[in-house]
Design a protein around this ligand. Structure first.
Ligand SMILES: [Zn+2]
Length: 335
């Protein structure tokens, strides 16, 4: 029985006659003509079908979405800060974006030169407002916002930065009402604008309120990988937010691990400008956003720290249970 099964399987896998089959084939061949020529190997249709299905499956995985990723480092706090993330990116052939604050960069010539050098090597320098003041964006005074953007773009362009029509909101997370007033101003001057919350972007997302996943070194790498997996599966665009100038938030090795993971998944790295040229038309310009509440933010923080939180919750549960047990023992102890 086993032999018959093995033979059936081997016939499907290997179409050419073997053993007894080969002898039978030879005899058939001898009978088939005076030349006694060898029978030609016969390709089984089942095998062709299996091969065709495998090829189709392989083609489907190749055609599957790969996703894109972009790293946007905020603030250009110092040469040391931006050099640390640039080194991580350069080692992997990744081009990053740096959001600069015009009023700060205009006062620091060495920083300007470093940023121009990065721009020449393919990195993108974006507009991160004139002063980085939050009041302009929470008060939503149209004149103040207009002035902030016009002046910052004028300074950056005068310094030689070419792609200043990409805006990184300072403290980029607004209420629905605030955004409705911010949108007309920001959209007039920019191709895309990015907030500082959420996970990844899909076609149909708001071009002036694109999500960014904050890469904080305290975040659980395994949970960040889950978000990357989801972006890859959905053929999404994941934009990472980093703060190279805040040591408690930023670890170059951690950012390198995240980049390595994206690249190992076959995701393509790109700047904002590169993505806009490829897929910018997939986004919509809208004054409407969903409110991102403190509750939503709490859920995101919890999600990105789920494994660590899990151990924390377990530890807390053990403390509670042990305290209860101790109390109970004391309660039954004879006096
Ligand atoms: Zn900032």
């Amino acid at each position: 029985m086993k032999i018959r099964l093995a033979r059936t399987i081997s016939r499907i896998v290997w179409p050419f006659p073997v053993g007894a089959d080969r002898r039978a084939a030879r005899e058939n061949g001898a009978r088939s003509g005076p030349s006694g020529g060898r029978a030609l190997p016969r390709m089984r249709p089942q095998l062709i079908l299996i091969l065709a299905i495998l090829l189709l499956l392989f083609a489907a995985t190749l055609a599957h979405a790969q996703g894109f990723f972009t790293v946007v480092d905020d603030d250009a706090a110092s040469i040391d800060a931006i050099s640390s993330i640039e080194a991580v990116a350069r080692a992997r052939g990744v081009k990053i974006c740096v959001g600069v604050v015009a009023a700060r960069v205009v006062k620091d010539q060495q920083l300007q030169e470093k940023l121009l050098e990065y721009q020449a090597s393919g990195h993108q320098i974006c507009n991160h407002s004139l002063t980085h003041g939050i009041g302009v964006w929470t008060d939503c005074d149209p004149d103040a916002m207009e002035k902030e953007i016009e002046e910052s773009r004028a300074i950056l362009e005068r310094l030689g930065f070419r792609q200043t029509d990409y805006f990184i909101y300072p403290f980029g997370c607004f209420s629905e009402d605030q955004f409705a007033r911010i949108f007309p101003v920001v959209s007039r001057h920019h191709k895309l604008a990015l907030n500082s919350r959420g996970r990844y972007n899909l076609p149909g997302a708001n071009a002036y309120y694109l999500d960014r996943l904050a890469l904080r070194k305290m975040n659980d790498l395994s949970m960040v990988k889950r978000v990357i997996d989801a972006a890859w599966k959905d053929n999404g665009w994941i934009v990472f937010l980093t703060h190279s100038g805040i040591p408690r938030d930023f670890d170059p090795a951690y950012v390198g691990q995240v980049m390595d993971y994206c690249l190992s998944m076959g995701m393509k790295s790109c700047t904002l400008e590169e993505y806009y040229r490829l897929h910018g038309d997939a986004f919509v310009a809208s004054a409407v956003i969903d409110e991102y509440s403190a509750w939503d933010e709490g859920k995101d923080v919890l999600y990105l720290n789920l494994c660590k939180q899990g151990w924390g919750v377990l530890g807390l549960a053990l403390v509670v249970v042990s305290v209860m047990l101790i109390k109970r023992r004391r309660g039954v102890r004879p006096r």
